[in-house]
Design a protein around this ligand. Structure first.
Ligand SMILES: [Zn+2]
Length: 191
């Protein structure tokens, strides 16, 4: 988007229990990417399944009920406020198998709902883009490496701290995805 001359803004949701290190990573990446603004929205009552108790114990621990309906509605409100042409999300193909609110059907109806629900979004034709939707997590890593994305600033660990623990599920997914691509993880193996 930046190459095409768009001014980009970053949006981070500060939900219940989100790791401070994840927020710091979001800040560093927004800064490095020269985001025009990085807005953090406080959603302290929004919790992951792991913090919601027994009834959702079957769900992945990071599941947040109606996450994307909430996140994208916040983004749409922000888009109206500042006047945006696009709302860009980073869901990849692997996410769709786990969370149904990351798939094409959901976003196509959400797009319609936004235009029905807001004349401002409709008149501007503000559109949800998901440029990574057809790519696997591994393909995203390869593409990021090609585009010189500062992968050393990204955060995958589910625990808080200054360093990745390299033991939790988030870290394990990162290691296996990088290993499968052959791209060296600059965070695990600093140059
Ligand atoms: Zn970890």
């Amino acid at each position: 988007m930046k190459k095409k001359g768009y001014r980009s803004r970053a949006l981070t949701m500060k939900y219940h229990g989100i790791a401070g290190s994840e927020l710091r990573a979001a800040e560093s990446i927004a800064e490095k990417g020269e985001a025009y603004e990085h807005r953090m929205v406080e959603l302290p009552d929004l919790k992951e399944a792991a913090d919601l108790g027994e009834r959702l114990s079957e769900m992945p621990s990071t599941f947040i009920p109606m996450r994307n309906a909430i996140f994208y509605s916040v983004a749409a409100g922000y888009a109206i406020e500042v006047g945006s042409d696009y709302i860009v999300g980073g869901h990849n193909r692997d996410d769709v198998g786990v969370f149904e609110d990351t798939g094409r059907a959901f976003f196509s109806e959400l797009q319609k709902a936004f235009w029905i629900g807001s004349k401002l979004l409709k008149d501007r034709r503000t559109t949800i883009l998901r440029p990574l939707q057809h790519m696997s997590k591994q393909e995203v890593i390869v593409q990021a490496s090609r585009l010189r994305v500062p992968l050393e600033l990204t955060w995958s660990c589910h625990r808080d701290g200054n360093n990745h623990c390299w033991k939790c599920a988030g870290c394990a997914n990162r290691v296996s995805a990088f290993d499968a691509t052959g791209v060296v993880d600059p965070l695990r193996h600093p140059p």
